[in-house]
Design a protein around this ligand. Structure first.
Ligand code: SIN
Length: 280
């Protein structure tokens, strides 16, 4: 197994591993360590069944099941499908999901730890995913901003995001809303394993900063969001079929990008690993 960094701040490619075969503890521990060291691990050229994908993701922890049950269209409810494809007129996945900077499920009290995304069909152009290191973003802040945001908290809202991203669709049900109430998290969090500080912001899901006048809070959030995704902190992933990308949601944000969805189909399966700590 070999490791090759993908860029200066984020990401490592691991080669010499076939995830469809049993992975011994030593090699899994090396992947787990690589995730802590690089925030994102890429393993290309995988041919996985849905069951093998789920089994690999479960090595990292328990998996979370998405509230949008209509997009759990494989035999495995742990796999959330992202796609523009329809079968018999019914979408098999959520199209245009995550086309905003975010970390997965930041709107839970205990947000998920990581995600394992597997590409089954990808367009020949477009549909890259951008990943940004929130360690690098935090480290690069000036001392005044670090002091200003040290104790700030912000509201993360799934219903706010859903209304903005999918306002043309059926609204969330009462049950879905009850499962995803707004939550408050610190704007700066400390990674429970590496103990490094990172910026914990995001577009659309982060609704407001608590305790500041609305206009001031919005201006600060906009400034932090713009800073967080500066080119210097970003790795752009160009997908090939068979890529497995694992990322740590506690130290990164990501954003999917558009493609010609009339000409091409994209099918991605995401397993999302439950977190164990409230951000602090
Ligand atoms: C996501 O997990 O938010 C979507 C990523 C992607 O579709 O590239």
């Amino acid at each position: 197994m070999e490791l090759q960094p993908l860029g200066p701040v984020l990401g490592v490619e691991v080669t010499g591993v076939d995830l469809s075969e049993p992975l011994d503890n030593e090699r899994f521990a090396a992947i787990r360590q690589a995730l802590n060291d690089h925030c994102l691990v890429l393993i290309r050229g995988q041919e996985l069944t849905e069951g093998e994908h789920v089994a690999f993701a479960k090595r990292f922890g328990d998996l979370q099941v998405h509230v949008l049950k209509q997009f759990l269209t494989t035999p495995y409810p742990e796999l959330y499908v992202l796609s523009n494809k329809a079968v018999d007129g019914k979408p098999i996945g959520n199209h245009k999901e995550g086309w905003n900077w975010h970390s997965d499920w930041s709107y839970y009290e205990v947000p998920c730890f990581g995600s394992v995304l597997y590409s089954r069909e990808v367009p020949p152009e477009g549909a890259d995913t951008l990943f940004a290191s929130m360690y690098a973003a935090y480290d690069a802040l000036d001392p005044e901003t670090k002091a200003k945001i040290a104790d700030l908290k912000a509201v993360h809202s799934y219903s706010g995001y859903y209304a903005k991203a999918f306002g043309d669709r059926e609204p969330l049900s009462e049950e879905q809303k009850a499962k995803t109430p707004d939550v408050v998290h610190p704007v700066v969090r400390t990674h429970p394993e590496t103990r490094r500080k990172s910026l914990f912001v995001g577009e659309d899901i982060v609704k407001e900063i608590c305790g500041l006048p609305v206009a001031e809070g919005k201006a600060l959030l906009d400034r932090l969001n713009a800073h967080a995704v500066s080119d210097d902190f970003v790795y752009r992933h160009k997908w090939r079929v068979g890529d497995v990308v694992i990322w740590d949601n506690r130290s990164t944000m990501h954003k999917a990008t558009p493609y010609d969805d009339k000409a091409y189909t994209r099918v991605m399966h995401r397993a999302t690993i439950k977190g164990t700590d409230r951000p602090a």
